[in-house]
Design a protein around this ligand. Structure first.
Ligand SMILES: *Cc1c(COP(=O)(O)O)cnc(C)c1O
Length: 401
């Protein structure tokens, strides 16, 4: 999107504001389906925790996407957006048994990631097919926060415990219809991905009645200049070849599933905030915006680098700024960043604001959550109203004290 288009949206809908470009979501979706076009049964299940606005869900549904959900509320939102249960997979971690049963009752695919629940579920509901989430013990990426495949991860059933899984299946006569892995959110190297895939194939061989193999996600998108991104096209070529060979070996056609979040929506998102104050100290120039980690926590939570542009003065001379929020905490979005000269009242634009931005927003400091706009066919459509004072009071009870 052009700076002028974004600035016009900030004026039309106010700030701070999240904007999502529908065309970018569509092009990412098609990049992925094109890369795996030789796979007969390809399932893309959008990981909705990245961005869960129902209009975004509907947009993805209309493209033919399925849905990856991690809570019963996400399942319900997905159904509300029009997904049929057969297009939804429920991949929870550490939720109650009742929540899993509730999802199964709604008819969605259950994905179980521990032996205790597997045994309990198989005993009680031997006729409901389940997928199992394995932990292939592969480190993807260097950041401990986002590597979920390693040995002490809380996610998945260790591949060393497959004999126990087989014992449970034999004892309960339950039906395992899929094998799943999701090794984290930062796969730098497709060789690592392919290595983990081999482990998944090895595991799959031990189950005779599978319908699908789910390779999760972890596709990396660029956040800053020169960032590495997952080469989807190359992964498509290599994994398709391996997958087709595996199908032959397995003796039956399988569906191949992915569940990308970031890949589909990260780059489609823009976060717009207004500069309230430019403040010089002895060593720094701060640009203080009308937002904070209540609206966009990734820089403080993960150390993520979101590119920041001054869309009110895009051609201005670049200077160094430390961009901070208005929360009564240290909430630094960027340190010593080169940005086109900033004046009070300018609108700054944060890139890669589609994934894990609004969906992690809170009301800290009793601030309203921002509005959300979908940019489609050259027009901004409001898809979430800015919160109001009534929203802050909703559910609160002021008792006589
Ligand atoms: C979060 C999550 C994803 C999506 O990860 P991205 O890095 O956003 O693509 C996929 N699968 C599961 C099980 C997840 O928890």
């Amino acid at each position: 999107m052009q700076p002028s288009e974004l600035e016009a949206l900030a004026h039309e809908f106010g700030n701070p504001l999240y904007v999502y470009d529908a065309e970018k979501i569509e092009s990412q979706f098609h990049r992925l389906t094109n890369a795996f076009s030789k796979v007969e049964k390809l399932r893309i299940n959008y990981a909705m925790k990245a961005l869960s606005n129902v209009s975004i869900l509907k947009l993805l549904k209309n493209m033919g996407s399925g849905l990856d959900t991690v809570s019963i509320q996400e399942v319900q939102l997905g159904l509300h957006a029009g997904f049929t249960p057969d297009k939804i997979i429920f991949t929870p971690n550490g939720v109650s048994f009742e929540e899993i049963e509730e999802a199964a009752q709604l008819g969605v695919q259950i994905n179980i990631d521990n032996l205790s629940v597997l045994e309990h579920f198989g005993t009680k509901h031997p006729n409901i097919p389940v997928c199992i989430r394995i932990n292939p013990h592969v480190m993807a990426g260097g950041n401990e926060n986002i590597s979920v495949g390693h040995i002490d991860s809380k996610f998945g059933i260790s591949i060393y415990q497959i004999p126990h899984v087989l014992r449970i299946v034999e004892n309960t006569k339950m039906h395992i219809n899929g094998i799943h892995m999701h090794t984290g959110s930062d796969i730098l190297d497709i060789e690592v991905f392919l290595y983990a895939a081999e482990i998944l194939f090895d595991t799959a061989k031990q189950f005779k009645d599978l319908d699908f193999l789910d390779f999760g996600s972890g596709f990396k998108v660029p956040y800053k200049k020169d960032d590495i991104e997952t080469n989807i096209e190359e992964l498509g070529k290599k994994l398709t070849k391996r997958f087709l060979a595996f199908e032959k070996e397995y003796g039956r056609k399988l569906a191949l599933a992915f569940e990308p979040g970031k890949f589909l929506v990260s780059e489609a998102g823009y976060f717009l905030a207004k500069v309230n104050v430019v403040k010089q100290t002895t060593s720094t120039v701060f640009a203080g915006i009308d937002s904070g980690f209540n609206h966009l926590i990734r820089p403080m939570f993960y150390g993520s680098q979101h590119a920041i542009e001054n869309i009110s003065n895009p051609k201005g001379k670049e200077r160094f700024y430390t961009v901070v929020g208005y929360i009564c905490e240290t909430d630094t979005f960027a340190n010593n960043r080169r940005i086109a000269e900033i004046h009070e009242g300018d609108i700054l634009c944060f890139r890669n604001a589609g994934a894990y931005c609004f969906s992690m927003a809170s009301n800290y400091n009793s601030r309203f959550k921002p509005a959300e706009v979908l940019w489609k066919n050259g027009k901004g459509h409001l898809i979430r109203e800015r919160e109001s004072f009534e929203d802050l009071l909703q559910n609160q009870i002021m008792i006589e004290v």
